[in-house]
Design a protein around this ligand. Sequence first.
Ligand code: ADP
Ligand code: MG
Length: 676
Amino acid sequence: MNLSTSLEKVKGVGTKTAEQLAAAGLYSVNDLITFLPRAYEDYSHVTRIADIAPGKLTVKARCEKVETRPVRRGMKVTTATLADDTGKIQAVWFNQPYRAAQLAGGAEFVFSGEFEFSYNRYQLTNPSAEKTSELPETEGKVVPIYRAVAGLKTALVRKLLGELRPLITMLPETLPESIVKKEKLFSYSEAIKGMHFPDTHQEADDARERLAFEELFQLLLASQYNKQENAKLEGWHIPFNKEVVKAFVEKLPFALTNAQRIASWDILQDFEKAVPMNRLLQGDVGAGKTVVAGLAARQAAHEGFQSALMAPTEILANQHAATLDKLLSPFGVRVGLLTGSVKGKAREALYNAIREGDVDVVVGTHALIQSGVEFHKLGFVVIDEQHRFGVAQRQELLKKSAKMPHLLAMTATPIPRSLALTVYGELDISILNEKPANRKPIETKIWSPNSRPQLNALIDAQIERGRQAYIICNLIDNNPDNDLKSVEAEYKRLRSSVFKHRTIGLLHGRLSPAEKDLVMGEFASGKIDILVSTTVVEVGVDVPNATVMVIEDGDRFGLAQLHQLRGRVGRSEHQSYCYIVPSDSKKPSQRLKEIEKSNDGFYLAEVDLKLRGPGEIYGRAQHGALNLQVATLGDTKLIARAQAAAKRFVESGENLLHYTQLARQVKTYQRLTTLN
Ligand code: ADP
Ligand code: MG
């Protein structure tokens, strides 16, 4: 028997069990031993019922009487009398009616839970319950609980793992021995044993640490190798021309911030190198990333190179094309726009122009990566709001050049350093850490839904001064299942009552591209006073004259999303306001309080990381695929250790291929995280 042996060959697995295991995605021995517990129950300290005191505890007892009865609103309560040789207590479970059948029959169980005063008496609330005879053979009785994937029973998993124990003790090491020793880690075999059969909590913790380290090490090693490989690529040489850059900067209607200047310089220097640029431009909402990309595109065009800028939405692509055209056409640089709504003859003509080099800067959506698009000489690729794209999409665009083009990925999602290191280890980073000097901090307030008239008055006062407002709702049309606000209803209501005297626009994802374009255009030119919109305007949209952002049902949005939405205002010298209206007048959540308190995207990202964890934040497209099982990207200390170890390994010149398992994982991660 070895790791690739099919589970059907394991003792006690018949066809039916094999099907159950397959339904949970477990086919081979390796699948099962790496199916890690989600939690542990500690049965190592059993309290006699006579000695019980309030708090978390474990008792070993039989169930004397159990009954389930319905209470209000479909809720079911199961109560049981538990007895050992020293006394009796009551246990209670809410909505776990299967407990009655489980506990009947008089067998001995271990119960673990909180003994507390509730419903006028002391009782054990929602304890776990396991038959003593089914507990695994560990000394300390710290027992693993497995995820019930497709109804998989913990008892079954434990039993099969018990069969595999001899094999587990002989598992070969998967990391280089020198690293295991230097980092004082468990061996692979010890770690797998420790996860499934820990004698103590400490052992389970150490086992987890070893496996988490291994994952991070693989990931970081992959990024080191990617970086090495990038360094071998030959890129386009785009020389810096001082006069060209100076002329561009002088024509701008504003002075560049220092941060914009430094970032531009980073890029122009990279353009001159033999290796293609691989750079992340990170700057909070409104920091002015677009003009930095524009400047670089200007330099590229001067040397005869085309640039491509990909944006995640059509609204944003339209806006960027207009912005860049304004910045670049005075210098004879031709800007083209390619989106899904450019069709038929127009698309053919544009394809031709791109192929012939008659367009210098091509702005577009995903339409840019379609197979029909061929460039004449693509030297510079910009991915705006890069967290919205998957790795594959970036790669598609980069492939459209004879040599690897220079890449600038832009994002407002501020990535905490530890994360940047892990996921973008191979990127160079430029940060716009200041906003243009004319900006005032946005005033943010959580606004009670009971004080609408006052809110409307504030909005109206801004419009009276010539400003504009956004009102964001969750839904497009009304949903009978909840009372969240919809744009359609809100649009009708405002138009026919409070804001009868104002011009109101409606924007959402179900409009045709042409309709969206029309509405956005009217809002940008100031024809529309109030734009009632869904989150289609969440990223990138830039209408500097808008100073009010109202977010309806604000508790339904994530922190990053709220910050992005708020970033649609505060883009000019005018004082701006963000009003977040929760869906009820209950106490506002931590999230809302944080956003009210801070305008700082970096701070909010750190908070978000704590509240939700990194997987949720940085999007499935990129990180879902990484599929970390054990490690969390929030564990900065372990990341730093793994990073140092990966660096040492690469510098030592050791051959990765000596480590079969490691090499395979690293290859997978390399494919997932590379930008090329
Ligand atoms: P983001 O970083 O969110 O993509 P944009 O590039 O859309 O920001 O820029 C936001 C707004 O700020 C735009 O209207 C842009 O013209 C303006 N802007 C950019 N740089 C400056 C600057 N240095 N001074 C004043 N306004 C600027
Ligand atoms: Mg932007």
